[in-house]
Design a protein around this ligand. Sequence first.
Ligand code: CA
Length: 225
Amino acid sequence: MKLLVVEDEALLRHHLSTRLGEQGHVVDAVPNAEEALYRAREYHHDLAVVDLGLPGMSGLDLIRQLRSQGCDFPILILTARGNWQDKVEGLAAGADDYVVKPFQFEELEARLNALLRRSAGFTQSTIEAGPLSLDLNRKQALMDGQPMALTAYEYRILEYLMRHQQQVVAKDRLMEQLYPDDGERDPNVIEVLVGRLRRKLEAASGFRPIDTVRGQGYLFTERCR
Ligand code: CA
């Protein structure tokens, strides 16, 4: 998933980028609200983590602006301990959940994953479609209950398409999931990865859930639950 992280403390920002990157996310980390607004206008994100205490425009104003611009991704706020007004105002401004600083990374990760699941309409930690199931916590695909040997990139593409089942997902969108840096993006790589993923799914169970929509992208056609 592609995450927008807005945190002015450089060390924490770096730590969040690294840890969330290790969990398989692509992280767009910025130090202030102004930069966050720019990124949100230019790129697609699946979730934002917003520190409320920012220099310049506050985290609260940032959330209000994001929502008034039509950004509907989940927002997780970071608040200072004991400041209950912050939480209430943050939620009222349009945030979905909060974590109190200082926090354990595991707590942040659990809340973030729960928000991502809910926003995709899934409440369990697995997504199932026909013989295929994804264990979202372990980042493992299973076919008829047997673990599949997918590379990290193949898994990410599969998870993204399943979370956006019945929607056409553009190649650009998939590229943003894999490569944070514009310069590394090559649409041919996505075609190769999707081709490999399809062959593995078909070889394992004759399952062909991914259609190509010409000139537009890919469509996961199976109903997921
Ligand atoms: Ca701060």
